[in-house]
Design a protein around this ligand. Structure first.
Ligand SMILES: Nc1nc2c(ncn2[C@@H]2O[C@H](COP(=O)(O)OP(=O)(O)OP(=O)(O)O)[C@@H](O)[C@H]2O)c(=O)[nH]1
Ligand SMILES: [Mg+2]
Length: 445
Protein backbone atom coordinates (compact mmCIF):
# COMPACT_ATOMS: atom_id res chain seq x y z
CA UNK A 1 0.00 0.00 0.00
CA UNK A 2 1.19 3.48 -0.83
CA UNK A 3 0.25 4.49 2.71
CA UNK A 4 3.50 2.88 3.74
CA UNK A 5 5.36 5.77 2.19
CA UNK A 6 4.09 8.04 4.92
CA UNK A 7 5.42 5.70 7.55
CA UNK A 8 8.70 5.52 5.71
CA UNK A 9 8.99 9.32 5.83
CA UNK A 10 8.33 9.31 9.58
CA UNK A 11 10.88 6.59 10.09
CA UNK A 12 13.37 8.46 7.93
CA UNK A 13 13.01 11.73 9.80
CA UNK A 14 13.38 9.92 13.12
CA UNK A 15 16.46 7.94 12.11
CA UNK A 16 19.67 9.31 13.58
CA UNK A 17 22.09 8.10 10.93
CA UNK A 18 21.62 9.95 7.64
CA UNK A 19 23.24 7.43 5.33
CA UNK A 20 21.43 4.50 6.85
CA UNK A 21 18.17 6.43 6.81
CA UNK A 22 18.52 7.20 3.10
CA UNK A 23 19.26 3.60 2.26
CA UNK A 24 16.31 2.33 4.28
CA UNK A 25 13.95 4.95 2.92
CA UNK A 26 14.73 4.09 -0.69
CA UNK A 27 14.10 0.42 0.06
CA UNK A 28 10.81 1.25 1.80
CA UNK A 29 9.75 3.45 -1.10
CA UNK A 30 10.49 0.72 -3.60
CA UNK A 31 8.57 -1.82 -1.58
CA UNK A 32 5.57 0.48 -1.20
CA UNK A 33 5.42 1.28 -4.91
CA UNK A 34 5.82 -2.31 -6.01
CA UNK A 35 3.09 -3.55 -3.69
CA UNK A 36 0.91 -0.78 -5.17
CA UNK A 37 1.28 -2.39 -8.60
CA UNK A 38 3.79 0.02 -10.06
CA UNK A 39 6.01 -1.82 -12.54
CA UNK A 40 9.36 -2.84 -11.10
CA UNK A 41 11.35 -1.23 -13.90
CA UNK A 42 9.65 2.11 -13.20
CA UNK A 43 10.37 1.84 -9.50
CA UNK A 44 14.02 1.14 -10.20
CA UNK A 45 14.41 4.06 -12.56
CA UNK A 46 12.77 6.36 -10.00
CA UNK A 47 15.09 5.23 -7.23
CA UNK A 48 18.11 5.49 -9.50
CA UNK A 49 17.18 9.05 -10.34
CA UNK A 50 16.92 9.90 -6.66
CA UNK A 51 20.30 8.30 -5.96
CA UNK A 52 21.89 10.11 -8.88
CA UNK A 53 20.69 13.47 -7.64
CA UNK A 54 21.93 12.69 -4.14
CA UNK A 55 25.36 12.00 -5.55
CA UNK A 56 25.48 15.00 -7.86
CA UNK A 57 23.79 17.80 -5.97
CA UNK A 58 24.54 19.48 -2.70
CA UNK A 59 21.97 20.57 -0.12
CA UNK A 60 21.38 24.34 -0.04
CA UNK A 61 23.14 25.84 2.94
CA UNK A 62 19.96 26.61 4.79
CA UNK A 63 18.38 23.17 4.57
CA UNK A 64 19.03 20.23 6.79
CA UNK A 65 20.33 17.27 4.84
CA UNK A 66 17.30 15.18 5.73
CA UNK A 67 14.90 17.88 4.61
CA UNK A 68 16.80 18.22 1.39
CA UNK A 69 16.58 14.49 0.79
CA UNK A 70 12.80 14.51 1.29
CA UNK A 71 12.50 17.51 -1.03
CA UNK A 72 14.32 15.55 -3.75
CA UNK A 73 12.05 12.55 -3.24
CA UNK A 74 9.07 14.87 -3.43
CA UNK A 75 10.25 16.47 -6.67
CA UNK A 76 11.06 13.17 -8.29
CA UNK A 77 7.76 11.62 -7.20
CA UNK A 78 5.88 14.59 -8.62
CA UNK A 79 7.67 14.20 -11.93
CA UNK A 80 7.02 10.47 -11.80
CA UNK A 81 3.31 11.16 -11.49
CA UNK A 82 3.29 13.21 -14.61
CA UNK A 83 5.09 16.50 -14.26
CA UNK A 84 5.79 19.15 -11.75
CA UNK A 85 2.56 21.03 -12.04
CA UNK A 86 -1.15 20.44 -12.39
CA UNK A 87 -2.09 19.53 -15.96
CA UNK A 88 -3.83 21.94 -18.25
CA UNK A 89 -7.28 20.48 -18.74
CA UNK A 90 -8.92 23.25 -20.71
CA UNK A 91 -9.49 22.67 -24.43
CA UNK A 92 -6.45 23.79 -26.40
CA UNK A 93 -8.76 24.86 -29.24
CA UNK A 94 -12.47 25.10 -29.95
CA UNK A 95 -14.43 23.12 -30.90
CA UNK A 96 -12.81 20.27 -29.04
CA UNK A 97 -13.68 16.60 -29.41
CA UNK A 98 -12.80 14.01 -26.80
CA UNK A 99 -13.06 10.25 -27.27
CA UNK A 100 -13.31 8.08 -24.15
CA UNK A 101 -11.84 4.57 -24.20
CA UNK A 102 -11.37 1.84 -21.61
CA UNK A 103 -12.36 -1.67 -20.64
CA UNK A 104 -15.81 -2.69 -19.52
CA UNK A 105 -16.88 -1.29 -16.21
CA UNK A 106 -13.88 1.02 -15.84
CA UNK A 107 -16.20 3.99 -15.52
CA UNK A 108 -16.25 5.48 -19.02
CA UNK A 109 -19.90 6.43 -19.14
CA UNK A 110 -19.91 7.90 -15.64
CA UNK A 111 -16.70 9.81 -16.38
CA UNK A 112 -18.11 11.07 -19.68
CA UNK A 113 -20.92 12.71 -17.74
CA UNK A 114 -18.53 14.00 -15.09
CA UNK A 115 -16.36 15.64 -17.73
CA UNK A 116 -19.41 17.12 -19.44
CA UNK A 117 -20.47 18.64 -16.13
CA UNK A 118 -16.93 19.89 -15.49
CA UNK A 119 -16.71 21.67 -18.84
CA UNK A 120 -20.25 22.94 -18.65
CA UNK A 121 -19.45 24.59 -15.34
CA UNK A 122 -16.44 26.22 -16.99
CA UNK A 123 -18.85 27.82 -19.43
CA UNK A 124 -18.48 25.62 -22.49
CA UNK A 125 -21.36 24.40 -24.60
CA UNK A 126 -21.06 20.63 -24.18
CA UNK A 127 -22.63 17.74 -26.10
CA UNK A 128 -22.39 13.97 -25.59
CA UNK A 129 -22.37 11.16 -28.15
CA UNK A 130 -23.49 7.66 -27.13
CA UNK A 131 -21.34 5.34 -29.22
CA UNK A 132 -21.57 2.20 -27.09
CA UNK A 133 -23.72 -0.03 -29.30
CA UNK A 134 -22.92 -3.25 -27.50
CA UNK A 135 -24.66 -2.96 -24.20
CA UNK A 136 -28.38 -2.34 -24.86
CA UNK A 137 -28.76 -0.16 -21.78
CA UNK A 138 -25.71 1.97 -22.57
CA UNK A 139 -27.64 4.57 -24.55
CA UNK A 140 -30.27 4.98 -21.82
CA UNK A 141 -27.59 5.27 -19.16
CA UNK A 142 -25.95 8.20 -20.93
CA UNK A 143 -29.28 9.88 -21.71
CA UNK A 144 -30.18 9.58 -18.03
CA UNK A 145 -26.92 11.18 -16.97
CA UNK A 146 -27.28 13.86 -19.66
CA UNK A 147 -30.67 14.83 -18.25
CA UNK A 148 -29.26 15.06 -14.79
CA UNK A 149 -26.65 17.61 -15.84
CA UNK A 150 -28.73 19.16 -18.63
CA UNK A 151 -26.38 18.28 -21.44
CA UNK A 152 -27.82 16.96 -24.72
CA UNK A 153 -26.99 13.42 -25.85
CA UNK A 154 -26.97 12.20 -29.45
CA UNK A 155 -27.16 8.48 -30.21
CA UNK A 156 -29.17 5.81 -31.98
CA UNK A 157 -30.27 2.82 -29.89
CA UNK A 158 -31.42 0.98 -33.00
CA UNK A 159 -28.04 1.10 -34.75
CA UNK A 160 -24.98 -1.09 -34.22
CA UNK A 161 -22.69 1.17 -36.21
CA UNK A 162 -20.58 2.96 -33.60
CA UNK A 163 -18.42 4.68 -36.20
CA UNK A 164 -21.27 6.32 -38.03
CA UNK A 165 -23.01 7.30 -34.76
CA UNK A 166 -19.80 8.97 -33.58
CA UNK A 167 -19.29 10.81 -36.83
CA UNK A 168 -22.89 11.92 -37.18
CA UNK A 169 -23.02 12.97 -33.55
CA UNK A 170 -19.92 15.09 -33.89
CA UNK A 171 -21.15 16.75 -37.09
CA UNK A 172 -24.56 17.45 -35.64
CA UNK A 173 -23.07 19.12 -32.58
CA UNK A 174 -20.58 21.08 -34.68
CA UNK A 175 -23.37 22.40 -36.87
CA UNK A 176 -25.07 23.69 -33.72
CA UNK A 177 -21.87 25.39 -32.55
CA UNK A 178 -21.18 23.09 -29.64
CA UNK A 179 -17.72 23.63 -28.18
CA UNK A 180 -16.83 20.44 -26.32
CA UNK A 181 -18.04 17.13 -27.70
CA UNK A 182 -17.41 13.95 -25.71
CA UNK A 183 -17.87 10.50 -27.23
CA UNK A 184 -18.60 7.57 -24.92
CA UNK A 185 -17.55 4.24 -26.40
CA UNK A 186 -18.06 0.56 -25.60
CA UNK A 187 -15.85 -1.63 -23.48
CA UNK A 188 -15.96 -5.36 -23.71
CA UNK A 189 -14.49 -8.18 -21.83
CA UNK A 190 -13.93 -11.78 -22.58
CA UNK A 191 -12.80 -14.18 -25.23
CA UNK A 192 -12.38 -13.10 -28.78
CA UNK A 193 -13.85 -9.68 -28.18
CA UNK A 194 -10.75 -7.74 -27.43
CA UNK A 195 -9.37 -7.42 -30.94
CA UNK A 196 -12.73 -6.40 -32.38
CA UNK A 197 -13.05 -3.76 -29.65
CA UNK A 198 -9.64 -2.36 -30.51
CA UNK A 199 -10.48 -2.36 -34.20
CA UNK A 200 -13.64 -0.45 -33.46
CA UNK A 201 -11.69 2.12 -31.41
CA UNK A 202 -9.29 2.57 -34.29
CA UNK A 203 -12.11 3.03 -36.79
CA UNK A 204 -13.86 5.60 -34.60
CA UNK A 205 -10.57 7.39 -34.09
CA UNK A 206 -9.80 7.53 -37.80
CA UNK A 207 -13.28 8.71 -38.68
CA UNK A 208 -13.77 11.29 -35.92
CA UNK A 209 -10.19 12.49 -35.50
CA UNK A 210 -10.73 13.55 -31.90
CA UNK A 211 -8.52 16.23 -30.33
CA UNK A 212 -7.92 14.01 -27.32
CA UNK A 213 -8.38 10.36 -26.44
CA UNK A 214 -8.90 9.77 -22.75
CA UNK A 215 -8.11 6.35 -21.36
CA UNK A 216 -10.34 5.54 -18.40
CA UNK A 217 -8.69 3.26 -15.89
CA UNK A 218 -10.02 1.78 -12.69
CA UNK A 219 -7.70 2.51 -9.75
CA UNK A 220 -7.66 -1.15 -8.82
CA UNK A 221 -6.45 -2.39 -12.18
CA UNK A 222 -2.99 -3.41 -10.97
CA UNK A 223 -0.17 -4.74 -13.10
CA UNK A 224 -2.40 -5.36 -16.14
CA UNK A 225 -2.51 -1.62 -16.76
CA UNK A 226 0.68 -1.55 -18.78
CA UNK A 227 -0.40 -4.06 -21.44
CA UNK A 228 -3.89 -2.78 -21.58
CA UNK A 229 -2.83 0.83 -22.04
CA UNK A 230 -0.33 -0.16 -24.74
CA UNK A 231 -3.06 -1.97 -26.67
CA UNK A 232 -5.46 0.95 -26.56
CA UNK A 233 -2.61 3.29 -27.38
CA UNK A 234 -1.83 1.43 -30.58
CA UNK A 235 -5.49 1.59 -31.62
CA UNK A 236 -6.08 5.25 -30.74
CA UNK A 237 -3.19 7.37 -29.43
CA UNK A 238 -3.95 8.09 -25.78
CA UNK A 239 -3.47 11.73 -24.84
CA UNK A 240 -4.83 11.73 -21.29
CA UNK A 241 -5.61 9.33 -18.51
CA UNK A 242 -8.50 9.44 -16.08
CA UNK A 243 -8.29 7.19 -13.03
CA UNK A 244 -11.66 6.23 -11.57
CA UNK A 245 -12.64 4.90 -8.16
CA UNK A 246 -9.89 6.71 -6.31
CA UNK A 247 -12.36 6.88 -3.44
CA UNK A 248 -11.88 3.17 -2.85
CA UNK A 249 -9.01 1.40 -1.14
CA UNK A 250 -6.93 1.06 -4.31
CA UNK A 251 -4.33 3.79 -4.64
CA UNK A 252 -4.03 3.79 -8.40
CA UNK A 253 -0.44 2.66 -8.57
CA UNK A 254 -1.27 0.63 -11.66
CA UNK A 255 -2.29 3.74 -13.51
CA UNK A 256 1.32 4.89 -13.34
CA UNK A 257 2.20 1.98 -15.56
CA UNK A 258 -0.38 3.25 -18.02
CA UNK A 259 1.44 6.57 -17.99
CA UNK A 260 4.67 4.79 -18.79
CA UNK A 261 3.05 2.76 -21.55
CA UNK A 262 1.47 5.72 -23.33
CA UNK A 263 3.46 8.79 -22.38
CA UNK A 264 0.09 10.36 -21.58
CA UNK A 265 -0.55 12.46 -18.52
CA UNK A 266 -3.01 11.61 -15.77
CA UNK A 267 -5.43 14.52 -15.96
CA UNK A 268 -8.42 13.62 -13.82
CA UNK A 269 -9.35 11.35 -10.98
CA UNK A 270 -12.83 10.09 -10.18
CA UNK A 271 -13.60 10.06 -6.50
CA UNK A 272 -17.15 8.74 -6.32
CA UNK A 273 -20.23 7.73 -8.28
CA UNK A 274 -21.82 11.16 -8.54
CA UNK A 275 -21.24 13.48 -11.50
CA UNK A 276 -19.63 16.07 -9.28
CA UNK A 277 -17.03 13.66 -8.00
CA UNK A 278 -14.20 14.47 -10.38
CA UNK A 279 -10.91 16.19 -9.55
CA UNK A 280 -8.15 17.58 -11.71
CA UNK A 281 -5.12 15.47 -11.02
CA UNK A 282 -2.27 17.37 -9.41
CA UNK A 283 1.01 15.42 -9.33
CA UNK A 284 2.44 17.56 -6.57
CA UNK A 285 -0.59 17.17 -4.39
CA UNK A 286 -0.61 13.47 -5.11
CA UNK A 287 3.07 13.18 -4.19
CA UNK A 288 2.70 15.18 -1.02
CA UNK A 289 -0.33 13.14 -0.04
CA UNK A 290 1.79 10.03 -0.41
CA UNK A 291 4.63 11.45 1.61
CA UNK A 292 2.31 12.63 4.38
CA UNK A 293 1.18 16.23 4.16
CA UNK A 294 2.06 17.28 7.69
CA UNK A 295 5.57 15.99 7.47
CA UNK A 296 6.53 17.60 4.23
CA UNK A 297 4.53 20.81 4.13
CA UNK A 298 7.14 22.72 6.06
CA UNK A 299 9.85 21.28 3.87
CA UNK A 300 8.04 22.39 0.73
CA UNK A 301 7.64 25.86 2.22
CA UNK A 302 11.32 25.93 2.94
CA UNK A 303 12.19 24.86 -0.60
CA UNK A 304 10.35 27.92 -1.84
CA UNK A 305 12.30 30.14 0.51
CA UNK A 306 15.68 28.73 -0.40
CA UNK A 307 15.98 30.78 -3.58
CA UNK A 308 15.15 33.96 -1.78
CA UNK A 309 17.57 33.12 0.92
CA UNK A 310 20.37 32.36 -1.48
CA UNK A 311 19.86 35.71 -3.22
CA UNK A 312 20.13 37.48 0.05
CA UNK A 313 23.21 35.54 1.00
CA UNK A 314 24.84 36.56 -2.24
CA UNK A 315 23.97 40.18 -1.71
CA UNK A 316 25.49 40.04 1.76
CA UNK A 317 28.66 38.53 0.41
CA UNK A 318 28.88 41.43 -2.02
CA UNK A 319 28.49 43.95 0.76
CA UNK A 320 31.13 42.17 2.79
CA UNK A 321 33.42 42.41 -0.20
CA UNK A 322 32.83 46.12 -0.25
CA UNK A 323 30.54 46.06 -3.26
CA UNK A 324 27.40 48.09 -2.74
CA UNK A 325 25.15 48.33 0.22
CA UNK A 326 22.07 46.49 1.38
CA UNK A 327 18.87 48.37 0.70
CA UNK A 328 15.80 48.34 2.88
CA UNK A 329 14.29 45.98 0.36
CA UNK A 330 17.04 43.50 1.27
CA UNK A 331 16.37 44.07 4.93
CA UNK A 332 12.74 43.34 4.30
CA UNK A 333 13.68 40.07 2.63
CA UNK A 334 15.98 39.38 5.51
CA UNK A 335 13.14 39.76 7.97
CA UNK A 336 10.99 37.38 6.03
CA UNK A 337 13.84 34.90 5.83
CA UNK A 338 14.50 35.43 9.51
CA UNK A 339 11.00 34.39 10.37
CA UNK A 340 11.03 31.33 8.18
CA UNK A 341 14.56 30.11 8.29
CA UNK A 342 16.19 31.26 11.47
CA UNK A 343 18.52 34.09 12.46
CA UNK A 344 20.74 36.19 10.27
CA UNK A 345 23.81 34.79 11.98
CA UNK A 346 22.89 31.50 10.37
CA UNK A 347 23.11 33.03 6.89
CA UNK A 348 26.42 34.54 7.77
CA UNK A 349 27.74 31.23 8.98
CA UNK A 350 27.26 29.81 5.55
CA UNK A 351 29.23 32.46 3.76
CA UNK A 352 32.50 30.88 2.71
CA UNK A 353 35.42 32.08 4.75
CA UNK A 354 33.41 33.11 7.77
CA UNK A 355 33.81 30.21 10.14
CA UNK A 356 30.88 28.87 12.11
CA UNK A 357 32.57 29.79 15.34
CA UNK A 358 33.31 33.32 14.34
CA UNK A 359 32.74 35.41 17.44
CA UNK A 360 30.16 37.78 16.19
CA UNK A 361 29.51 41.22 17.66
CA UNK A 362 26.49 41.25 15.44
CA UNK A 363 24.52 38.83 17.57
CA UNK A 364 22.72 41.44 19.62
CA UNK A 365 22.18 43.65 16.63
CA UNK A 366 20.64 40.69 14.95
CA UNK A 367 18.46 39.41 17.73
CA UNK A 368 15.12 41.09 17.39
CA UNK A 369 11.86 40.23 19.02
CA UNK A 370 8.92 39.16 16.91
CA UNK A 371 7.09 42.27 18.05
CA UNK A 372 9.83 44.57 16.74
CA UNK A 373 9.98 42.71 13.46
CA UNK A 374 6.26 43.22 13.01
CA UNK A 375 6.62 46.96 13.54
CA UNK A 376 9.61 47.23 11.24
CA UNK A 377 7.80 45.32 8.52
CA UNK A 378 4.80 47.58 8.89
CA UNK A 379 7.13 50.56 8.48
CA UNK A 380 8.65 49.12 5.33
CA UNK A 381 5.19 48.36 4.03
CA UNK A 382 4.35 52.04 4.18
CA UNK A 383 7.45 53.08 2.29
CA UNK A 384 7.57 53.66 -1.44
CA UNK A 385 9.78 51.49 -3.64
CA UNK A 386 12.02 54.48 -4.13
CA UNK A 387 12.52 54.80 -0.41
CA UNK A 388 13.15 51.08 -0.01
CA UNK A 389 15.85 51.20 -2.66
CA UNK A 390 17.37 54.52 -1.54
CA UNK A 391 16.93 54.73 2.22
CA UNK A 392 19.02 57.91 2.30
CA UNK A 393 15.95 59.71 0.95
CA UNK A 394 14.14 59.12 4.20
CA UNK A 395 14.18 62.42 6.02
CA UNK A 396 12.24 63.69 9.02
CA UNK A 397 9.03 64.44 7.20
CA UNK A 398 9.11 61.08 5.45
CA UNK A 399 9.72 59.36 8.76
CA UNK A 400 6.62 61.05 10.14
CA UNK A 401 4.54 59.93 7.16
CA UNK A 402 5.85 56.36 7.35
CA UNK A 403 5.17 56.14 11.07
CA UNK A 404 1.64 57.36 10.59
CA UNK A 405 0.98 54.94 7.75
CA UNK A 406 2.32 52.01 9.75
CA UNK A 407 0.62 52.96 12.99
CA UNK A 408 3.91 53.10 14.90
CA UNK A 409 5.95 55.91 16.42
CA UNK A 410 8.53 58.00 14.56
CA UNK A 411 11.04 56.75 17.12
CA UNK A 412 10.41 53.21 15.94
CA UNK A 413 11.00 54.16 12.31
CA UNK A 414 14.28 55.77 13.33
CA UNK A 415 15.18 52.60 15.16
CA UNK A 416 14.63 50.64 11.95
CA UNK A 417 16.89 53.06 10.09
CA UNK A 418 19.55 52.58 12.76
CA UNK A 419 19.20 48.87 12.54
CA UNK A 420 19.59 49.13 8.81
CA UNK A 421 22.76 51.19 9.02
CA UNK A 422 24.16 48.89 11.68
CA UNK A 423 23.62 45.83 9.55
CA UNK A 424 25.49 47.41 6.67
CA UNK A 425 28.31 48.50 8.92
CA UNK A 426 28.51 45.09 10.50
CA UNK A 427 28.78 43.43 7.11
CA UNK A 428 31.57 45.77 6.12
CA UNK A 429 33.55 44.99 9.24
CA UNK A 430 33.22 41.33 8.43
CA UNK A 431 35.44 41.85 5.43
CA UNK A 432 38.29 42.82 7.68
CA UNK A 433 37.60 39.86 9.95
CA UNK A 434 37.56 37.56 6.99
CA UNK A 435 40.90 38.93 5.86
CA UNK A 436 42.34 38.50 9.36
CA UNK A 437 41.12 34.95 9.57
CA UNK A 438 42.50 34.15 6.17
CA UNK A 439 45.84 35.58 7.15
CA UNK A 440 45.87 33.43 10.27
CA UNK A 441 44.50 30.19 8.89
CA UNK A 442 44.84 30.43 5.16
CA UNK A 443 41.93 30.55 2.77
CA UNK A 444 39.27 28.36 4.31
CA UNK A 445 37.22 27.69 1.24
N1 LIG B 1 -16.95 4.72 -6.33
C1 LIG B 1 -16.83 5.05 -7.61
N2 LIG B 1 -17.56 4.42 -8.52
C2 LIG B 1 -17.44 4.79 -9.81
C3 LIG B 1 -16.56 5.82 -10.21
N3 LIG B 1 -16.64 5.95 -11.55
C4 LIG B 1 -17.55 5.02 -11.96
N4 LIG B 1 -18.04 4.32 -10.92
C5 LIG B 1 -18.99 3.20 -10.93
O1 LIG B 1 -18.48 2.13 -11.70
C6 LIG B 1 -19.52 1.45 -12.35
C7 LIG B 1 -19.25 1.34 -13.84
O2 LIG B 1 -19.32 2.63 -14.39
P1 LIG B 1 -19.65 2.94 -15.90
O3 LIG B 1 -19.49 4.38 -16.10
O4 LIG B 1 -20.95 2.36 -16.28
O5 LIG B 1 -18.49 2.13 -16.61
P2 LIG B 1 -18.25 1.93 -18.17
O6 LIG B 1 -16.79 1.91 -18.38
O7 LIG B 1 -19.02 2.89 -18.94
O8 LIG B 1 -18.81 0.46 -18.36
P3 LIG B 1 -19.23 -0.22 -19.75
O9 LIG B 1 -20.02 0.78 -20.49
O10 LIG B 1 -20.01 -1.42 -19.36
O11 LIG B 1 -17.96 -0.58 -20.44
C8 LIG B 1 -20.79 2.20 -12.02
O12 LIG B 1 -21.43 1.56 -10.96
C9 LIG B 1 -20.29 3.57 -11.58
O13 LIG B 1 -21.16 4.19 -10.67
C10 LIG B 1 -15.79 6.48 -9.20
O14 LIG B 1 -14.96 7.37 -9.44
N5 LIG B 1 -15.97 6.06 -7.93
MG1 LIG C 1 -20.37 2.68 -20.47
Amino acid sequence: MLDNIKDAVKKFLGNSSYDKAVEEFIKDLQKALITSDVKVSLVLSLSNRIKERLAKEKPPSVMERKEWFISIVYEELSKFFGGDKAPNVLPSKLPYTIMMVGVQGSGKTTSTAKLAYFYKKKGYKVGLVAADTYRPAAYDQLVQLGKQIQVPVIGDPSSKDAVSISLKGKEEFLSQKFEVIIIDTAGRHGYGEESSLLEEMQSIYNAVKPDDVILVIDASIGQKAYDLASKFHSAAPIGSILITKMDGTAKGGGALSAVAATGAQIKFIGTGERVTELEVFDPRRFASRLLGMGDINTIIEKMKEVDNYEDLQKKMEDVIEGKGKLTLRDIYKQFIALRKMGPLSKILQHIPGLGVNLPSPSEDQVKLGEDKIKKFMAAMNSMTYKELDNPSLIDRSRIRRIAEGAGITAEEVRELMKQYEATNKMLKTLKKRKKDLERMFGNME
